[in-house]
Design a protein around this ligand. Structure first.
Ligand code: CIR
Length: 266
């Protein structure tokens, strides 16, 4: 089955999610926010899935994969677009096997699926689509070769792309931890990105240092999913006519995860 050939990068009909495993806390993290409580992880994940359904998406829910504690962060293993799917090649060795586990699912929706090959590495969390242009974050997970291969695959489908080096930005793991495109030419950015001339064509919403986690938000059809507890961003969204839907993300934040990482939307 071919996925929708959407024109607008915020219009989706489906999403792939993966239930967190009971060993979720064994995944990677760089923050010191404590150990996630599995009951809360599962409850927050269920609320996230409910929110996607409320936004009109049909979910494909994959079973927990105990071999990969970070595998609930499905966004990192693929880049799904309106025209083509590219399986990623996660930069963290402990996550490498997640790709093969999701391959048949992605291929069932996207017959034309490409793959990032060694020595390229690429995490989906580094890729931000803004209409028909893709920003590719060069990070400690996504390398030059991975970015180059993705550029070729996207270009073959008529998309443009550009590379943004975030390796010196210690406050973010992935490019999309600090940047989210939410449609209507609006880009939500952390302060460090707000003065970047490459984003000057956008209507920028800059989130302050105290709300920087909230910069990872997701436009899904007529709603913008945001992390709960960030009133500044919520106000700015409402002021521009967006309809935010706040979700408790505390347990995922403990593992460096944001809202976008929990689903592959298409
Ligand atoms: C990791 O370090 O890979 C996971 N613990 C968190 C991944 C979050 N993914 C994302 O921001 N796209």
């Amino acid at each position: 089955m071919r996925s929708c050939n959407r024109r607008d990068s915020s219009l989706f009909t489906r999403a792939i999610v993966r239930t967190p495993g009971h060993n979720f806390a064994a995944g990677l993290t760089t923050v010191k926010l404590g150990v996630p409580k599995i009951a809360r992880v599962l409850a927050q994940h269920a609320s996230y899935c409910d929110a996607l359904e409320k936004c009109g998406l049909t979910l494909t829910t994959l079973e927990a994969d105990l071999g990969y504690p970070d595998s609930t962060f499905v966004e990192d293993v693929a880049v799904l677009t309106g025209r083509v799917a590219i399986l990623a090649r996660p930069g963290a060795p402990s996550r490498a096997g997640e790709v093969e586990a999701i391959r048949p699912v992605v291929e069932s929706f996207f017959p034309a699926t490409f793959s990032i090959e060694a020595p390229g590495t690429l995490d989906g969390g580094d890729i931000c689509e803004a209409e028909n242009h893709f920003y590719i974050g060069l990070s400690h997970r996504t390398n030059q070769e991975g970015a180059r291969q993705l550029t070729v695959h996207l270009g073959a489908s008529g998309y443009t792309s550009s590379i943004i080096d975030i390796r010196a930005m210690s406050s973010i793991l992935h490019f999309k931890s600090g940047v989210s495109y939410i449609g209507e030419n609006v880009l939500v950015v952390i302060e460090e990105m707000a003065t970047d001339a490459r984003f000057s064509k956008f209507d920028l919403i800059s989130v302050g240092a105290e709300e920087s986690y909230a910069a990872n938000c997701v436009r899904v059809n007529d709603r913008v999913l945001i992390a709960d507890g960030y009133p500044g961003l919520q106000r700015q969204l409402v002021a521009r006519g967006f309809k935010p839907l706040a979700l408790d993300m505390s347990e995922f934040q403990k593992m460096d995860g944001g809202l976008s990482c929990l689903s592959l939307r298409f």
